[in-house]
Design a protein around this ligand. Structure first.
Ligand SMILES: NC(=O)c1ccc[n+]([C@@H]2O[C@H](COP(=O)([O-])OP(=O)(O)OC[C@H]3O[C@@H](n4cnc5c(N)ncnc54)[C@H](OP(=O)(O)O)[C@@H]3O)[C@@H](O)[C@H]2O)c1
Length: 426
């Protein structure tokens, strides 16, 4: 006799539709493999009349309680997006003892402590593989496969929209605004692209990823965040000339009880595995004491790949209804006070200056860096578009963030205009 598992969806747009189709397509196969009969009973949408997916309308409802309070439903699958009401709906479901599967990084990153407490307190499961990196099985890799290791670094391309934009800018020398407009036309960027291009989306994902990797709650508020809107084709072209590729990276590093978490445009050496991850692909590079270097790569978005990860969670939850699993760390509202966060990290820096083309300017720039013990690893000088000016592009050896910021501020603004400062990882 097959085990019947009944699902209720909160949201049935792009992802809800993808999950519906995968489960319909794979129903017989899942029954054969796992002896589990998965049924979808209801799906909450804002408006049935304007429903955007081709899921049968007879399972759709506009009333959340018809999903949340239905005693037949075993697993609530949340695909609404946004923080609220998604987070409070998930909390209600968990408090009613229902297992929750979600793809919502924002609601999870901001409310994880409440959701986990509700899950533990009511013996329910909480699963969120698709919240980071779409189909890439990074959550399960960290919580299960690498659970005995000590992870000291996670570094990811976790936003497909910005990776697409930077790839097009790099390959075609086009401007940010030009490529963004094209990405919007292709449906690869939202009409309001702020969450992606300003790094918010990547920061929510980094909060989840680094919490799991470092076994402590890394709240969203601790993450330093910068987007890609100020990046120019010149930055990318000079970086390439010096052997580097530009990516928007979500970076988490732990050393003892000190953690740094940051999202910003980053130059990587061309030979770094993440430098070759192009277009809308996502990838997460992990370093640990025992596993050493590894990288996971795949589709970070799209209904089919995301549905694959979500349905993996649904099936896992269905197989573990009596023994739901949650992460091992103490999932508190604030980070453990024993952990310190630094915004004064060490890395290498790419600095592009537009300078007066007069004797002594290059020397004064070099002196300003050396006054703070920052040594320059490579340097380019190129004619500027403006007569009497020159572009000076330098990459430092490893240096301290604060020292580099101070050096840049100390440069004589009458002679030197600082065009960009981009961090470099190796
Ligand atoms: N798209 C991707 O590739 C991708 C990848 C990974 C993770 N995710 C995550 O998956 C989630 C869903 O994304 P999506 O692309 O499927 O979004 P979507 O296409 O906009 O679908 C959202 C669904 O939720 C419903 N909804 C939203 N707010 C509601 C409310 N207040 N009351 C009732 N129904 C409401 C919408 O109803 P209507 O149809 O009536 O508007 C729609 O059915 C998000 O958290 C997203 O971050 C998406």
């Amino acid at each position: 006799m097959a085990k019947v598992i009944t699902l209720g969806f909160l949201g049935c747009g792009n992802i809800g539709g993808g999950v519906y189709h995968l489960l319909t397509d794979m129903h017989g196969e899942i029954l054969k493999r796992e002896n589990i009969d998965i049924r979808i009973k209801s799906a909450l949408v804002k408006s049935i009349a304007e429903a955007r997916s081709d899921v049968p309308k007879d399972i759709m409802t506009e009333h959340a309680d018809e999903v949340l309070k239905d005693p037949d439903i075993d697993i609530i699958c949340e695909f609404m997006g946004g923080e609220q009401p998604a987070a409070s709906f998930m909390q209600q479901a968990l408090e009613n003892g229902k297992t929750v599967v979600t793809a919502n990084k924002m609601a999870l990153a901001l409310n994880w402590h409440r959701l986990q407490a509700a899950a533990v307190g009511h013996h329910a499961g909480l699963y969120y593989e698709a919240s980071v990196g779409g189909v890439i099985p990074v959550i399960r890799s960290l919580t299960v496969s690498l659970n005995a290791d000590e992870i000291d670094q996670v570094m990811g391309i976790v936003n497909g929209t910005t990776n697409y934009i930077l790839t097009q800018m790099s390959q075609q020398g086009r401007s940010y605004t030009d490529v963004l407009a094209e990405a919007q036309q292709l449906g690869l960027a939202e009409p309001n692209p702020t969450a992606d291009v300003e790094g918010y989306d990547a920061a929510y994902k980094l909060s989840i990823l680094s919490s799991i990797a470092f076994h402590t709650r890394v709240t969203y508020a601790k993450i330093h965040r910068e987007g890609i809107t100020g990046i120019t084709p010149d930055d990318i072209a000079y970086g390439r000339e010096m052997g580097y590729t530009l990516k928007l990276l979500a970076i988490g590093k732990r050393s003892g009880n000190s953690i740094e978490v940051r999202v910003h445009p980053t130059f990587l050496p061309n030979e770094h595995p993440l430098a070759r991850v192009d277009g809308s692909l996502n990838a997460i590079y992990i370093h640990g004491k025992y596993c050493q270097d590894m990288m996971l790569q795949g589709r970070g978005a799209g209904d089919k790949p995301t549905a694959s990860a979500i349905c993996g969670d649904i099936l896992y939850a269905a197989c573990h209804m009596d023994t739901p699993t949650v992460p091992s760390f103490d999932n508190t509202a604030e980070t453990d006070p024993a952990i310190s966060f630094t915004d004064n990290w060490n890395c290498r820096y790419f600095v592009r200056l537009d300078a007066a083309d007069t004797p002594g300017v290059l020397g004064s720039v070099a002196s300003a860096f050396s006054a703070r013990s920052i040594s320059i690893a490579s340097l380019l000088q190129r004619p500027s578009k403006e007569k009497g000016r020159a572009q000076i592009i330098l990459i430092t050896h490893e240096a301290n963030e604060q020292a580099v910021q101070e050096t840049i501020s100390s440069l004589n603004a009458e002679l030197v205009d600082v065009k960009s400062m981009i961090r470099v990882e190796c």
